[in-house]
Design a protein around this ligand. Structure first.
Ligand SMILES: [Zn+2]
Length: 330
């Protein structure tokens, strides 16, 4: 494709200068070799349509290679190859890397504002008023109610005038709920609810693999039930935390293709957790869970999942503000 009249000249200092008729430039099109005077720092083509299209196609292929689907398939291929050609047949779960994943978590968050402000602050014991307000708002704006198994959103304490935000798991819902002003009711008072534009939540990054020590500290109590809702855990246990982040949680993140649940490793090192009882009132009764902190030894997939839980909540009743945790590496 290189034009016949394009010539290259190498100067004494090694610099290559391209000539094309009257135009001489240090910059040459990556695709056809024609020299050009760049109009911006990132310019890679001469600007010709053919070259522009080739650049677009190259970018597309590169982003396809970066996509978690492609990465996990490549890993699976490598694993199959190693199983046949390498002496170590058994995988080492503690050495498994973090899952390949997208740039952002699904859905997104909105900050809430309510006017007039309620007469008392919204705290965990009275989030059911807030829960009801959001349920009505979502029904009105998105036309959907609750899911039978797990809620469509998580209540997030948010530094701001009202003090709360909502993370929605589904793009379709956050898209219609974000950046709106609607009338509603909070604690039996008429209010105007404003939502901020959608804030996408960046997916956590785990750079290391191997055994890592982390501290998990609760901001609000964590409630994890083993058998339906009948048997809540009153202290942190490795099994219950692992179950909570490896079951539906993985599907809700859309990571089931990239993350092998049976490779998640999480062990309890020490804990200072206590039973927490929060009366939600009304039909919700009281919620039992645990709060405090614990120190865990985890592998990379477990750390990645815990960091996700740090963003969107751990355990159940997150739509009432439960399960806010802070995860830090020790
Ligand atoms: Zn070109």
């Amino acid at each position: 494709m290189r034009g016949a009249d394009v010539t290259q000249e190498v100067l004494d200092d090694g610099t290559t200068v391209c000539h094309d008729g009257d135009l001489s430039s240090l910059y040459a099109c990556e695709f056809c070799g024609k020299p050009f005077s760049p109009r911006h720092r990132m310019q890679r083509t001469c600007g010709d349509d053919v070259c522009q299209n080739r650049r677009r196609y190259q970018n597309k292929r590169a982003s396809f290679r970066r996509s978690p689907v492609t990465q996990s398939r490549a890993r699976a291929r490598n694993a199959r190859w190693s199983a046949v050609h390498r002496s170590c047949k058994k995988r080492q779960p503690w050495l498994v890397g973090p899952p390949p994943y997208y740039e952002y978590l699904p859905g997104g968050g909105v900050e809430l504002d309510v006017r007039p402000l309620p007469r008392w602050p919204v705290e965990l014991r009275n989030t059911r008023g807030l829960h009801g307000m959001i349920t009505t708002m979502v029904k009105e704006l998105a036309g959907v109610g609750h899911r039978p198994r797990w809620p469509r959103w998580t209540l997030v304490p948010w530094p701001g005038r009202f003090g709360w935000g909502v993370y929605f798991w589904e793009d379709e819902i956050v898209d219609v709920v974000a950046d709106k002003q609607v009338e509603g009711e909070l604690f039996a008072r008429h209010v105007t609810i404003s939502t901020s534009p959608r804030r996408r939540i960046r997916a956590p990054k785990v750079k290391r693999r191997g055994r890592m020590k982390v501290d998990l500290t609760t901001i609000t109590p964590v409630t994890i039930t083993s058998d339906g809702r009948s048997c809540p855990h009153i202290e942190a246990t490795a099994d219950s935390i692992r179950n909570s982040i490896t079951r539906e949680f993985v599907n809700r993140l859309g990571a089931e293709e990239f993350l092998e649940r049976d490779m998640v490793r999480l062990e309890m090192l020490s804990k200072q957790t206590f039973k927490a009882t929060v009366p939600l009132g009304g039909k919700y009764g009281q919620v039992i869970g645990w709060e405090g902190s614990c120190q865990l030894e985890v592998n990379a997939p477990a750390l990645w999942l815990l960091k996700c839980a740090g963003l969107v909540g751990l355990g159940s009743r997150t739509a009432f503000g439960f399960g806010r945790i802070r995860v830090s590496e020790l």
